[in-house]
Design a protein around this ligand. Structure first.
Ligand SMILES: *Cc1c(COP(=O)(O)O)cnc(C)c1O
Length: 397
């Protein structure tokens, strides 16, 4: 049996393979440098162009570009009317921003457990957490797979609650034949470099509601408006604007928007490659009873952002930490997405207790994210598989 590098053997490869990496080509570079020598670095035509492009891609009526995915969630929660005393239900298996948006609004994040097979929020758990204070649900398309949007939307609308879909992982994913962005009351994207499409930083909120759209535009820019029908006093002249609410500076620059537009030209190409890698991983790992392969709901045609390797520790002599470190010694650098949000000290101090969402906590103890990105070569993919197979064979009980 081959000895793992961590136990003194030879690593499967000599150079480190990282878990994620952006892909930037000459067209992206040109798109950015064209903006740099244009008249507008921010508040210019590239912002509108990106917003139109996102509507065209997803079928949503309105898009509001903003500075990052976190800002997108914040203004979405504000537009949903989330405020002091309210509750917002979300999953613990997400980046903290999905829950922090409630705290920004003075509301309380409430965590509903995940489905242990798909890892997305379980609509039945959401239902069990509903109270008369619930104002919104933030459903995360974890790894790129769409959340169970139909039952979630039905439940939310029955109770007069707003469904916000955190689609930071899932641009390009379709649910029931419709693109993510056109389905929930509001959908948020992130263009951070680890995501499928990047602007360096950037984000957007998509909606079909004109009312929500107008609020989002206001909250993105200080609560300031020039719209005649929103002004509360007579205009003083052509320069006049009013701050009619409290908003933020959550604008995205034209530089970032141009990069995202150029990246969107490659979304199909990104999707194809990511799907190939996922198929190859699934094929290899489904043969190993020591591993659990993430299940997909039929409705989701997924552009996968993350690939979760989940071990069954009861069948191995090492745990997740051991497996993660052994992979690193093979020069396969993983990450873990995510530490349950309410385990973080800030949330612990707010009074959340461990044990709240058992499925999420069990998943956290057993998972790691394998390298998955467009520019991985076939050799890179096979190195990852070889390393995982080698470790499973060596540490099998
Ligand atoms: C990345 C991410 C965010 C935040 O996006 P930023 O652009 O980094 O602010 C929010 N939710 C999820 C699920 C994410 O993965």
């Amino acid at each position: 049996m081959e000895r793992p590098a961590i136990a003194g053997g030879k690593p499967v490869r000599d150079t480190k393979l990282f878990y994620g990496h952006q892909y930037i080509d000459d067209a992206d570079v040109k798109a950015v440098t064209d903006v740099l020598v244009s008249d507008y670095l921010t508040c210019g035509p590239k912002v509108t162009e990106l917003e139109e492009r996102l509507c065209k891609l997803t079928g949503a009526k309105y898009a509001v570009a903003c500075s990052n995915g976190t800002a997108a969630l914040h203004i979405a929660a504000m537009a949903a009317g989330v405020t002091e005393g309210d509750e917002l239900i979300t999953t613990p298996i997400t980046f903290a921003a999905s829950a922090n948006c409630a705290l920004y609004c003075g509301a309380k994040p409430v965590f509903a457990d995940i489905n242990p097979k798909t890892y997305n929020i379980d609509p039945d758990c959401v239902e069990s957490k509903l109270t008369d204070k619930t104002k919104a649900v933030v459903a995360v398309d974890f790894t790129g797979q769409a959340a169970e949007l139909k039952p979630l939307l039905e439940m939310c609308h029955e109770h007069g609650i707003v469904l916000i879909e955190d689609a930071a992982h899932s641009i390009g994913t379709q649910y029931d034949g419709k693109f993510v962005g056109s389905i929930a009351d509001m959908t948020t994207f992130s263009f951070h470099p680890v995501k499928t499409v990047t602007g360096g930083e950037g984000g957007a909120v998509l909606t079909n509601s004109e009312e929500l759209y107008r609020k989002l535009v206001l909250y993105r820019a200080h609560g300031i408006t020039r719209e005649a029908d929103l002004l509360e006093n007579p205009s003083h002249g052509g320069w006049y604007y009013e701050q009619i609410d409290l908003g933020y500076n959550y604008r995205m620059t034209d530089i970032q928007c141009a990069l995202v537009i150029s990246q969107l030209d490659k979304l199909e190409m990104f999707k194809k490659r990511r799907c190939e890698i996922v198929a190859r991983y699934n094929e290899a790992f489904s043969k190993l009873p020591e591993l659990f392969v993430q299940e997909e709901i039929l409705e989701s045609d997924t552009v996968r952002h993350l690939y979760i390797l989940r071990i069954k520790p009861e069948l191995l002599t090492i745990d997740r930490k051991g497996f993660f470190e052994a992979l690193a010694a093979e020069n396969i650098c993983c990450n873990v997405h995510y530490i349950p949000v309410y385990w973080h000290p800030h949330y612990q101090r707010l009074g959340y207790e461990k044990g709240l969402c058992p499925n999420a906590e069990k998943l956290y103890e057993e998972m790691m994210s394998l390298p998955l990105y467009y520019s991985m070569t076939d050799k890179d993919v096979e190195d990852v598989i070889a390393a995982v197979e080698k470790l499973v064979a060596y540490y099998r009980k």
